[in-house]
Ligand binder design. Structure first.
Ligand SMILES: [Zn+2]
Length: 453
């Protein structure tokens, strides 16, 4: 056997079991996996015994340009620190959303020299007459398309009218990509917010009260039915409520190709955190009642949720604090790409609710499979040597001031977590060594989607 460029030893989290052994890596790929500790030859051997070697984690829901002060470099460093080896950047950029092929290609160029991790890019469409850009963007490498039933901004983050959604789904099906949706019923929400504001009901909890579960579930139900009739592959982003999962399961059983994600905050926070922390715990959809959170965990443990994402939205504290006295004035969203893995490892694996194998499925394998990202998402021969090492005997203490995003805030500040990310490896090279970034900012690559030409 030829010597390997790198050999990594430890508790390897394979697709079906955890195995103590060694991985041989050559030219950035996994070329050998063995349950023997010795026998693989390399000048570069990393011994992680006592730690888990996970497939590099994939966060499919990151908005690095929704705050122009953030940009891709800070987000990509935050990702490397957080054990995320590939993230998907959302299309709702400022000033222009990624809704045509020219803007899409410009965004690929903008990543050059600015990322240490690998990146896939989402596309979207304009509110009207935008569907003709879907195929060109797919050919240029869009990994999937994100649309919304809720209007955050009429240009940048519009609500797409139903006829345009149906048209888009048919075209997205032609290129065999996935159509993902922010699913909330804006008509109900906007009217409720207006009524609440008129009555001066602007306390933090009002954010949840004006977005009751029916606003999420009814929007999802429509999309499921659209997917049933068009045959398009559907994905529902940031599901906050167990009823939504039940609807998704119902349609899955009928053959609809639907996947879904929840976010760490819908598993680790509830409405009491919104009451206590106000804008710091404000995101769309909102956090829910404790009993709903409990049911979300049950769905997760029962493998009814495909993946967990961060919905990283890097608003600064200054911007968030605008909602101090009126929750509706605070922008929605939290930074999270750096905290997703540490928080979920503590809350999921260390608490005994998820096995390491389930954890790898939710945060690496399923995202890669759902979006057909070639060569990523699991530890198997021929795949990219993207690995995240977690030492379960060490501790992580969250310090919001030390986050690598420009947004220095989290509702989990000062929380002590069991487990620590001690190394992040991408294509066989260490990008984070447990204390600092160890690769150049031109190391990360744009990873084109499966319809790219
Ligand atoms: Zn989002």
């Amino acid at each position: 056997m030829e010597p390997f460029d790198l050999v990594v030893k430890g508790n390897i989290v394979l697709p079906d079991k955890v195995m103590n052994g060694a991985i041989g890596i050559s030219k950035g790929k996994i070329t050998h996996i063995t349950d023997q500790q010795n026998g693989l030859v390399s000048k570069n051997v990393k011994d992680f015994n006592g730690s888990f070697i996970f497939p590099g984690f994939i966060d499919t829901h990151v908005h690095c340009y929704s705050n122009p002060d953030e940009g891709v470099a800070a987000t990509s460093e935050a990702a490397a620190f957080g054990g995320v080896t590939t993230f998907f950047d959302m299309p709702y950029d400022r000033p222009d959303p990624i809704n045509n092929v020219k803007i899409f290609e410009k965004k690929i160029q903008r990543l050059e020299g600015k990322t240490v991790v690998d990146i896939c890019l989402w596309g979207t469409i304009a509110k009207k007459n935008g569907t003709d850009q879907i195929i060109p963007m797919a050919k240029a490498g869009a990994v999937a398309f994100k649309l919304s039933t809720f209007e955050t901004d009429p240009y940048r983050f519009p609500r797409i009218p139903d006829p345009e959604i149906l048209k888009a789904m048919k075209i997205i099906k032609e290129v065999n990509l996935r159509a993902a949706f922010h699913s909330e019923n804006g008509e109900v929400i906007y009217q409720m917010i207006e009524e609440y504001q008129k009555k001066g009901k602007v306390y933090p909890r009002a954010h949840m009260e004006t977005r009751p579960p029916v606003t999420e579930t009814s929007a999802i139900l429509k999309l499921l039915e659209f997917a049933y009739w068009t045959g398009a592959k559907l994905h529902i982003v940031h599901v906050s409520h167990p009823r939504s999962i039940e609807l998704i399961q119902l349609f899955k059983k009928q053959g609809v190709q639907v996947t879904c994600e929840t976010c760490y905050h819908y598993l680790l926070l509830d409405v009491h955190d919104l009451e206590e922390q106000g804008p710091r715990a404000k995101m769309n959809p909102p956090v829910r009642e404790p009993e709903d959170v409990q049911k979300m965990w049950e769905k997760l443990e029962g493998n009814q949720i495909d993946m967990i994402t961060s919905d990283h939205a890097p608003w600064s504290l200054e911007q968030k604090i605008k909602g101090k006295d009126n929750i509706f004035k605070s922008p929605s969203g939290l930074p999270g790409v750096e905290l997703l893995i540490p928080l979920m490892f503590d809350g999921g694996v260390m608490s005994g609710r998820l096995t390491p194998v389930q954890f790898a499925h939710l945060l690496a394998t399923h995202p890669a499979e759902a979006y057909q990202v070639p060569g990523k998402g699991k530890i198997t021969i021929g795949y990219d040597a993207d690995l995240t090492i977690i030492d379960p005997s060490k501790q992580t203490i969250i310090d919001e001031m030390k986050l690598h995003s420009q947004a220095k805030l989290t509702p989990f500040n000062q929380k002590k977590l069991r487990g620590k990310i001690i190394e992040t490896i991408i294509r066989g090279n260490t990008v984070f060594d447990g204390t600092k970034i160890t690769a150049d900012m031109n190391y990360g690559k744009f990873v084109p989607g499966s319809a790219a030409e």
